[in-house]
Design a protein around this ligand. Structure first.
Ligand code: NAP
Length: 277
């Protein structure tokens, strides 16, 4: 993996931070991106702890022109991107009555349209090289809906649908596409959760929403560490035996397994690949 170039989104905290450091520890030249580079101190501290080096760049996945400029500048400076990790994500809580079209759109922008645009932008150079890895951090909520996470799950379903459709075609050009599905991970996701809609005093869903939040908090008490979840992302990005679908913990495997029998994505990948024979 020496001399490979990886770009990771959303590295100011959590899974993205540890993925960037984990890839750098494998000798990969990592460009760790975040929307506000003033928030790079925790990443730099972890790099110092692990004695690794990487490059930090600004990238907001919802600013598509800026994102394209960033990818072009990275390719010009470091060479073509070999590994793209679409990790950046955000979560809005609410049942559909709480979610206007703007709220649904915001979730699609960050969790679906941003990763789609970044992936489209790196595909030509990967296709010409006949190699490349695209790893997407999705969620168990990409395989099954979750109450009060309607918009989040929809955006993660969309990303997995896009990537699973792309996978057999990209594979014909030597490009590997994967999704990594964490369940609860102890990160800033809970602090960053946009749950404003759930706390209106006269909301008919309020009692149910409070029950949901209690369940979510209890799950968070058992959450996997960001470092452990990131180790699976690093494995998906670097393994010699790539596959489409990864879960980061037994809890994630159990939850994804409620909806899916094809837990590593191999059955769908093989069946869809035959459509191209
Ligand atoms: P986190 O600590 O909140 O990290 C999310 C990262 O995404 C942050 O760096 C955040 O940057 C960044 N981000 C948000 N909006 C962005 C944008 N528009 N452009 C660029 N970056 C943006 O949470 P995390 O758990 O590590 O989340 C990483 C991924 O794991 C997400 O895709 C999430 O959906 C997924 N996931 C998490 C869990 C969990 O329980 N934690 C479970 C399943 C899936 P700022 O610091 O600027 O906000």
């Amino acid at each position: 993996m020496d001399n490979k170039v990886a770009l990771v989104t959303g590295t100011s905290s959590g899974i993205g931070l540890h993925t960037a450091v984990g890839l750098a520890a494998r000798g990969i030249r990592v460009v760790a991106t975040m929307r506000d580079i003033a928030k790079a101190d925790p990443l730099r501290a972890e790099c110092a702890d692990q004695s690794v080096d990487l490059t930090v760049r600004g990238l907001d996945v919802t600013d598509l022109d800026d994102a394209r400029r960033c990818l072009d500048a990275v390719s010009a400076e470091f060479g073509p991107i070999d590994i793209l990790v679409n990790n950046a994500g955000a979560c809005t809580a609410g049942t559909l009555e709480h979610l206007d079209t703007a709220a649904l759109q915001r979730q699609l922008d960050v969790n679906y349209l941003g990763p789609a645009a970044l992936t489209r932008h790196v595909l030509p150079s990967m296709r010409k090289a006949g190699a490349g890895r695209i790893v997407n951090v999705t969620s168990n909520g990409a395989a099954h809906g979750q109450p009060f996470l309607d918009a989040y799950c929809a955006s993660k379903f969309a990303l997995e649908g896009l990537m699973q459709s792309l996978e057999p075609v990209a594979a014909r050009f030597g490009i590997t596409i994967s999704v990594v599905e964490p369940a609860s991970v102890a990160t800033n996701m809970t602090e960053n959760l946009d749950a404003r809609a759930l706390f209106r005093a006269d909301d008919p869903y309020r009692e149910l929403a409070e029950r949901f939040l209690r369940t979510a908090q209890a799950e968070m008490a058992e959450a996997q560490s960001a470092r452990n979840a990131a180790a699976v992302v690093v494995e998906a990005a670097t393994t010699d035996t790539p596959r489409f679908r990864w879960q980061t913990s037994p809890t994630a495997t159990a939850l994804v397994g409620l909806s899916l029998a094809d837990l590593d994505g191999g059955n769908v990948a093989a069946a869809m690949s035959r459509w191209l024979d």
